[in-house]
Design a protein around this ligand. Sequence first.
Ligand SMILES: *Cc1c(COP(=O)(O)O)cnc(C)c1O
Length: 354
Amino acid sequence: MIAAADFIITKAERSKLSSMSLENISFGKYFTDHMLEVEYADGEWKTVEIKPYQSFSIAPSCAALHYGQAIFEGVKAYKNQDGDAFIFRPEENFKRFNISARRMEMPEVPEEIFIEGMKQLVKLDEGWIPNKPDHALYIRPFMFGCDEMIGVKPCDTYKFMIILSPTGPYYSAPMRLYVEEKYVRAVEGGVGYAKTAGNYGSAMFPTAEAKRKGYDQVLWTDAIEHKYVQECGTMNVFFIIGNKAITPGLEEGTILAGITRDCTIQLLNELGLEVEERRLSIDEVEDAYTKGTLREVFGTGTAATISMIRELCHKDFIMRLDTDSWTIAPKIKNRMDDIKAGVAVDKYGWMLKV
Ligand SMILES: *Cc1c(COP(=O)(O)O)cnc(C)c1O
């Protein structure tokens, strides 16, 4: 057990906070005063350091740059109406981080470092948590292999770090998705369920192609038949068809098990909707659209929470939806916002006090 006393904390001499406004700040561009850093070597995690946010130098031979032993997480901290700071479900991110670590043959990070370190860091930079609707402090834990050697093998040394970035609303406008049938994101037996760097690097070209065609993101389909929907960008997807909510299941390991996805399932149940986690073909979606039973489509993820999807383009079939008339996606979003803001009772125990 690593106690708080085992952390070496070096405070920044001056805060950058006084020289900036946190209002409508864009995502991922600004970083707080401090960061957490800990090294893994000789089969163990070394002393955790919390220190001023700063650059560091790495060798050109640093293995992660070449072979991608790199994983990350995305978490958010909020302030409630009384100004108390909370982190949203970090235990889930902790578990998922180590699932990613195992898949990438990287060491697991102990809870005392991941959770306790995160709490301490957020507490130190608490002043950076914006106190406005749709604003939050984004928390980015990550780990990468540090061996200075160009040989394809798992590293012996790693760095685990946490950096913090205040953020305003993200992806606020309803999106248009291009149903991808040529490129693939994930296949059974692959790394689709891991939050590992390569998944995002390999998505960039197909996503840019979709953007060149005028869409915001791709909706990934399965690698074998290009028929079953998976997820989009860094979001899981939900389809409201009739009185059911349908979202792709996790058992194939081809989608990221989103924490917002899990929250959304619980809140949909609260609204009395039946939720089905299963394979969903694009044909079934088109069918529902044609019959007029496709009511809502939305993405879920930490960065944007809930993003409405107003258009799906599959081959030359275009599905357009009138997001103004939707009730479910906005209800889920509001319910989640209320829990985060402390307006609604946190009945599921999602908020961890800092
Ligand atoms: C992070 C991520 C999600 C969303 O997960 P949350 O825990 O809800 O933030 C969904 N899909 C992918 C590919 C992701 O990287």
